[in-house]
Design a binder for this molecule. Structure first.
Ligand SMILES: C[S@@+](CC[C@H](N)C(=O)[O-])C[C@H]1O[C@@H](n2cnc3c(N)ncnc32)[C@H](O)[C@@H]1O
Length: 419
C-alpha cells in the first residue's frame, strides 16, 4: 500500500465513482485502509481492486442492517461480511450495465439546451397553464402546500428507512467543519495524553460540540455521525486537553420520520449517553426561538428544496437562528438543470412554479442556482458565505452508452460573531 501514490489512488477513486477526499483525511484512515487492503488481497482481488474496495468500505454506503455499528478503530475486527461487500461492489462495477460516475463540465451550450428543453414543455408541464382554469390550477398547487407534511409522512410510512442511503461522504465534503469528528486517531501525542487522563484532571476542559440537522428525514446523515467518536479532543500549547462531547440534534416536520430515527440502535445508544435527540419541527413556522440556538454546525441536506419558494426565507432565517455566533451551516441540495429537473420539467402537470415541481408521491422539489442560495442565506438570513459551488457528475451506462447528468449545490455559511 505504501507504494501507492496519490495519482493512482485518484485514478481509482474517480474510476469507481468514489469521492476524492482531502489528503489529510486519507491519512487519518490510512491504517484502516491498509488493513482492508490486505484482507481484500487475500480475497484474490488485484492491487487496484483492493484499493478501490478499501475506499469503498471507508467512505461509501454500508448496506448493513442498522444494528451494525461501524467504528474506525484499529482494533476492530474486519468481518467477512465487509470483505464480501467490497467484492460484491467490485463485481458490480465490472458489470457493464452499471453506470460509472465521472466529473462533469458544463458549457454555455449545455445551459441553453436545458433551458430550451424546459421552455418547450412549459405549457403541458405547468399546472396552472395545463388546467382548465387558472383558479383550478392554483387550487391544486395550494393543496400540495397544505398536504406537504402529510405527503412526507406517507413517503416514510411507505419507504421507511430504505429510500435514501447513509451519507458517509459528509466528512470528506466538509473536512474543515466535520473532520474533527475523526481526527483523534492521527495524533499520537494526544492519544497518549487522553489515555492517561481522567475527566476530573485539572488539565481537561469539558465542553460540548453541538451539531443539528434540519429536515433530517430518517437520519441518513446524523446516524453515521453518531457512529464516530463521541468526543473530540484537542491539546493546546499549555498541554490543556479540550474535551468536547459531540451532541447531535435532529429535526424534521414528519413525525413518522422522527419515530423511525428513534428506533435506530445507533440513536438509542447515543440517546442513552445523552448525546442525541430527535424532535418534530416545521422549519417554515415563524418562531422567536428555534428548538436549538447554540449549534456549532447545522446541516441542511436536501431539505430546503422540499419547501415552497415563498417559505424559504423564513426557513433560512430559522436555520440561521439554530447556530451560535461563529457556527457554520453546511448545505447540500439539488442544483439547476439536474437531470431530475429535466425529467419533471418535460412531463405533464408537474410544474408548480419557477424551477419547483411535484413528484408522483406529492413531495415537491426546487432546483437551486448559487444565486438563490446566496440570496437566502446571506441577504435574508445574515450569514457569511464561506464556500458555494455546483457539484456536477455524469454517469455513463457502458452498455448502451447513455449518460445521466446530476447537478447539486453545496455551500458553507458562517454566522457572524459580531452582533
Ligand atoms: C429529501 S428529504 C432529505 C432527508 C435527509 N436530510 C437526507 O439527506 O437524507 C427532505 C426532508 O425534509 C423534510 N422537510 C420538508 N419540509 C420541511 C419543513 N418545513 N420542516 C422540516 N422538515 C421538512 C422532509 O420531511 C424530508 O424528511
Amino acid at each position: 500500500m505504501n507504494s501507492v501514490n496519490c495519482l493512482s489512488l485518484k485514478t481509482v477513486i474517480i474510476k469507481y465513482g468514489l469521492e476524492l477526499c482531502e489528503i489529510q483525511l486519507q491519512l487519518i484512515k490510512w491504517n484502516k485502509s491498509v488493513y482492508f487492503y490486505t484482507l481484500a488481497l487475500k480475497h484474490h482481488m488485484n492491487h487496484e481492486q483492493s484499493i478501490a474496495a478499501s475506499y469503498y468500505l471507508l467512505y461509501k454506503t454500508w448496506d448493513y442492517p442498522s444494528t451494525r455499528v461501524v467504528r474506525c478503530n484499529e482494533q476492530e475486527y474486519c468481518s467477512d461480511l465487509e470483505i464480501k461487500t467490497a467484492v460484491d461492489f467490485l463485481k458490480i462495477t465490472e458489470d457493464e450495465s452499471i453506470p460509472v460516475w465521472e466529473l462533469d463540465e458544463w458549457d454555455d451550450k449545455d445551459y441553453i439546451r436545458a433551458q430550451c428543453l424546459l421552455e418547450a414543455h412549459i405549457e403541458k408541464c405547468d399546472i396552472v397553464l395545463a388546467s382548465s382554469s387558472r383558479k383550478q390550477g392554483e387550487t391544486i398547487i395550494e393543496k400540495f402546500e397544505e398536504q406537504a407534511q402529510q405527503n412526507w409522512d406517507q413517503f416514510y410510512l411507505y419507504h421507511e428507512s430504505n429510500f435514501f442511503k447513509d451519507r458517509h461522504y459528509l466528512i470528506n465534503e466538509f473536512p474543515e467543519e466535520l473532520g474533527c469528528l475523526c481526527l483523534r486517531c492521527l495524533e499520537g501525542n494526544l492519544s497518549y495524553e487522553i489515555n492517561n487522563a481522567h475527566d476530573d484532571d485539572e488539565h481537561i476542559i469539558q465542553e460540548e460540540f453541538i451539531i443539528c440537522e434540519i429536515g433530517c428525514g430518517v437520519g441518513n446523515a446524523i446516524l453515521p455521525l453518531l457512529e464516530l467518536d463521541p468526543h473530540i479532543y484537542e491539546l493546546n500549547q499549555s498541554q490543556i486537553i479540550r474535551k468536547r462531547k459531540v451532541i447531535i440534534c435532529a429535526f424534521d416536520f414528519s413525525s413518522v420520520a422522527i419515530e423511525i430515527i428513534k428506533k435506530d440502535i445507533r440513536f438509542i445508544h447515543a440517546h442513552q449517553q445523552n448525546r442525541t435527540q430527535a424532535q418534530v419541527w416545521d422549519v417554515t413556522c415563524p418562531v422567536i426561538h428555534p428548538p436549538i440556538q447554540n449549534a456549532q454546525i447545522s446541516l441542511l441536506l436536501f431539505c430546503l428544496s422540499a419547501i415552497a419558494p415563498d417559505k424559504m426565507m423564513q426557513a433560512a432565517r430559522n436555520v440561521a437562528a439554530t447556530l451560535q455566533p461563529g457556527g457554520k451551516l453546511l448545505v447540500r441540495d439539488y442544483g439547476r438543470y439536474d437531470e431530475a429537473q429535466i425529467k419533471l420539467g418535460t412531463s405533464r402537470k408537474k410544474r408548480l412554479g419557477e424551477n419547483f415541481y411535484v413528484k408522483h408521491d406529492g413531495t415537491r422539489c426546487y432546483y437551486f442556482t448559487l444565486e438563490d442560495m446566496e440570496r437566502l442565506f446571506v441577504d435574508h438570513a445574515g450569514l457569511e458565505k464561506v464556500d458555494l459551488k455546483y457539484l456536477r457528475r455524469k454517469y455513463r451506462n457502458r452498455r448502451d452508452d447513455s449518460v445521466r447528468r446530476r447537478v447539486w449545490v453545496q455551500a458553507t455559511f458562517r454566522k457572524p460573531t459580531r452582533k
